[in-house]
Design a protein around this ligand. Structure first.
Ligand code: ZN
Length: 170
């Protein structure tokens, strides 16, 4: 047998081996930020919709902030300076997110809270620079959390008012 034949057979065996290995060991699907967080949302509720479905339900600014991770302009939300008693819910799925008693004036121009209404109301995703805060039920982008907040947590949940809807206490 000629040397180049042996080389060809060797190459075929190598390719076959690689394909066989890949077939036996498929790459695991990449986990979403929600899956990585390990958070179990309230009552295990999840709302999953396509972008087209969200576009039908939301206004353009709401879609931009919650589904495209946009940021509203400073002091653009009427909720920033609201100090009425009640609960702030996710504008997309009405998951209760923050209680008015944990809201504080951060002077940033965005509604700010020092703790979510329940630990599993939201989950976070660190992008290497900032920690994003998302709704645990529908994955809406809500804003970011920073570590320069007031006591008792020292956290500042800097939210987009556009991503929230206010439900006054009765
Ligand atoms: Zn939501």
């Amino acid at each position: 047998m000629k040397a180049n034949h042996l080389f060809l057979i060797g190459c075929l065996l190598l390719i076959g081996g690689i394909l066989g290995w890949r077939w036996l060991h498929p790459e695991p699907a990449r986990k979403s930020a929600f899956e990585r967080s390990g958070v179990v949302p309230p009552q295990g509720r999840r709302v999953v919709k396509t972008d087209a479905e969200w576009e039908e339900l939301l206004t353009a600014p709401q879609f931009y902030v919650t589904r495209e991770k946009g940021t509203e302009g400073r002091n653009s939300s009427p909720l920033t300076h609201l100090h009425q008693a009640g609960v702030y819910e996710c504008v997309c799925c009405h998951n209760p997110l923050f209680a008015s008693r944990t809201k504080f004036d951060s002077r940033t121009g965005w509604p700010s809270f020092y703790v979510p209404i329940a630990p599993n109301a939201v989950y976070t995703d660190f992008d290497g620079r900032r920690t994003e805060v998302l709704c645990s039920v529908c994955d809406a982008h809500l804003g970011h959390v920073f570590t320069d907040g007031p006591e008792p947590t020292g956290l500042r949940y800097c939210m987009n008012g556009t991503a929230l809807t206010f439900k006054p206490a009765r």
